[in-house]
Design a protein around this ligand. Structure first.
Ligand SMILES: Nc1nc(=O)c2c([nH]1)NC[C@@H]1CN(c3ccc(C(=O)N[C@@H](CCC(=O)O)C(=O)O)cc3)C=[N+]21
Length: 321
């Protein structure tokens, strides 16, 4: 995780061979792991200066319900990342059968706790809990996941800006910007329309003056749309669904998918692949993110960034008055 890798990537590079014959050229790999490490370093410095200025550190509450293996893994990585940058983490590990009212009480307690600047409710929640009710209960000012309807709404409005944008799509944009990919005036196709990735990614790209098409499960001929794109964000959750011939030569491809596929040759019995057929896509794309080591690490880095942003908003406002 040498930061110089990220520095190299920070320089605008040859991602713009659109239209060229891409025979020998292989796509640049966008190293999300290195860029995320660089971002965490910057966040660590930000936490230090905030601490020097106010004597306080940012706090992130992580709420986990149930014992899904993948959720436990993500939550563990988030807590570890918090420690690394000096953010204090507050945990609520609740049993699968916790009631909606009990969960709501936990959320309102964190809302009222001045040491907590961000609240993350790990998704998915068990099916007996009304997710909308819980996510809407998180204070807009502490909504570091960007899932509160007010933050989603202001993301969609001109002349307004949300306090927080969902971490995964914000991480995708950060990857584009830190690799010097121009967004304004480009044609972007977002594959998928989820509230966690596809929809906010499309809104963000539009705010940044791209022309955006959202392709989803009910779109006829998805490849036809995708082939016109300068920028592709794939977030459909289907292993290697996007093929090389869906891509315009030179396109920049951000692969959000994390799919486990059986692999007897791997010691865990599976390996992780994206929504894009990476090996073949590399022969056509101008730049592409790998899985793992692409968008995933950025999601966590942006969560820390949002938490720092929230803490600065509250602490610097109150210390200067
Ligand atoms: N409220 C909420 N907010 C979230 O942001 C949220 C969530 N719920 N539920 C689950 C998804 C998934 N997610 C990931 C975070 C990091 C990696 C990550 O760091 N992946 C690494 C490692 C992959 C591995 O080897 O397991 C990589 O892609 O390189 C992946 C996935 C956040 N999510």
């Amino acid at each position: 995780m040498e930061p110089q890798k990220a520095d190299q990537l920070a320089a605008p590079q040859a991602v713009g061979n659109a239209g060229a014959v891409a025979e020998e050229k292989v796509a640049d790999v966008i190293d999300g792991k290195a860029i995320a490490a660089q971002l965490r370093k910057e966040i660590g410095q930000g936490v230090e200066s905030l601490k020097a200025e106010t004597g306080k550190v940012p706090g992130l509450a992580v709420v986990l319900v149930g014992s899904r293996k993948d959720s436990q893994t993500y939550v563990r990585s988030k807590k570890k990342a918090c420690v690394e940058v000096g953010i204090k983490s507050f945990d609520a590990d609740l049993p699968e059968d916790v009631s909606e009212d009990e969960l709501l009480k936990i959320v309102t307690d964190f809302n009222a706790n001045p040491e907590v600047h961000g609240i993350l409710i790990q998704l998915p929640l068990p099916s007996h809990i009304n997710e909308q009710r819980i996510l809407s209960a998180v204070s807009v000012e502490k909504d570091v996941d960007g899932f509160h309807p007010v933050n989603v709404g202001t993301l969609a409005m001109q002349q307004r800006d949300p306090l927080f944008v969902a971490c995964t799509p914000a991480g995708c944009i950060e990857l584009l910007q830190r690799t010097g990919v121009q967004i304004a005036g480009k044609y972007a196709v977002v594959l998928g329309r989820s509230k966690t990735v596809g929809m906010p990614a499309a809104l963000l790209l539009q705010k940044l003056n791209a022309t955006v098409t959202v392709v989803h499960s009910r779109t006829p001929n998805p490849a036809e749309h995708t082939r016109r794109a300068d920028i592709v964000i794939a977030a459909i959750g289907k292993a290697e669904f996007v093929k090389a011939d869906w891509l315009k030569p030179g396109a920049v491809v951000i692969d959000v998918g994390i799919n486990a596929v059986d692999d007897p040759s791997d010691k865990r019995g599976y390996r992780l692949v994206g929504d894009v057929d990476y090996k073949e896509a590399r022969k056509v794309a101008g730049a592409i993110t790998p899985v793992p080591g692409g968008v995933g690490p950025m999601t966590i880095a942006v969560l820390l960034q949002n938490t720092l942003k929230s803490a600065k908003r509250t602490l610097q406002a109150s210390s200067s008055s």
